[in-house]
Design a protein around this ligand. Structure first.
Ligand code: CU
Ligand code: ZN
Length: 172
């Protein structure tokens, strides 16, 4: 009964906050630097073709910024608590949608383009990833927005500091 009650609490919260479907992952991105007004949302929705990932960011520096799933679910210490790129197979850095799991980290989502108004959206569907099940599940990890563009160089794309971070949680 307790489980039911928690589920209904989430449904109610979803109705209030913009209808988050059950079984979806979400991360609230927040700036890691003191005084930062950067904010954003990442949604992770299991689909037939893979995990659909939609990231929206506001009040970020214009330009291209690397965006990755990092291994640990934590944003402390200016985002360093998130650890390294999610890389369960110990393979080189790359662009997951293009290079696949043998030539890219499971967390290598590439770049998000931020416009002159400080906002940007990235939408991609990644066949390799899952929300909760198996070795490539993203729930309980973190999503990191970087200071600079990911140039896909080794070992982690030369994207600089971690300017925003959010922990990926699942609606039960
Ligand atoms: Cu990263
Ligand atoms: Zn990587």
């Amino acid at each position: 009964m307790r489980g039911h009650r928690r589920t209904w609490e989430w449904v109610f919260a979803g109705l209030l906050t913009g209808c988050v479907p059950l079984g979806q992952g979400m991360a609230a991105l927040q700036g890691t630097q003191a005084g930062s007004t950067l904010s954003g949302t990442a949604r992770f929705t299991p689909m037939d073709g893979g995990l659909r990932i939609t990231v929206t960011v506001a009040q970020a520096p214009p330009g291209r910024h690397g965006i990755h799933i990092h291994e640990q679910g934590g944003c402390g210490d200016s985002g360093n608590a998130a650890g390294g790129h999610f890389n369960p197979d110990g393979v080189p850095h790359g662009l997951l949608p293009k290079d696949g799991l043998t030539r890219a980290h499971a967390g290598d989502l590439g770049n998000i383009e931020i416009g002159a108004d400080g906002s940007g959206t990235l939408t991609l569907t990644v066949p390799a990833l899952t929300l909760r099940d198996g070795p490539y599940a993203v729930a309980g990890r973190s999503i990191i927005l970087h200071e600079k563009a990911d140039d896909f160089g080794q070992p982690t794309g030369n994207a600089g500091g971690r300017i925003a971070c959010g922990v990926i949680a699942v609606r039960p």
